[in-house]
Write a protein that binds this ligand. Sequence first.
Ligand code: AMP
Ligand code: ZN
Length: 103
Amino acid sequence: MCIFCKIIKGEIPSEKVHDDDICIAFKDIHPKAPFHLLIVPKEHIAKVSELEEGKHDHLIGHLVNVANKLAKKEGVEGYKLQFNVGEKAGQEVMHVHMHLMGW
Ligand code: AMP
Ligand code: ZN
């Protein structure tokens, strides 16, 4: 099982800030911005390029909605939402996740 699936199952601890039917959000262990969360779908999908048209159409929109709500709640005014897709682009954890990096 991948590390993010273990976090989702609670087998590895995380600083969780959000949990719903579709995704969880937790603090990045090595923050690259003053506010750095990972927003992670509960379904194991290795990378964004493996999302299926029709089946996963709702997913990314949901992650963005959650990101907007969390940023607003925390008073983060400016932020980047980032997906690294594939090892060449710096993806280290092969389970889809959206970075929310805020200032
Ligand atoms: P990426 O390079 O897009 O695959 O990003 C993976 C991110 O996961 C990195 O920013 C890591 O710091 C973060 N990360 C790895 N392991 C953990 C963990 N156990 N808890 C929280 N964040 C993690
Ligand atoms: Zn996984």
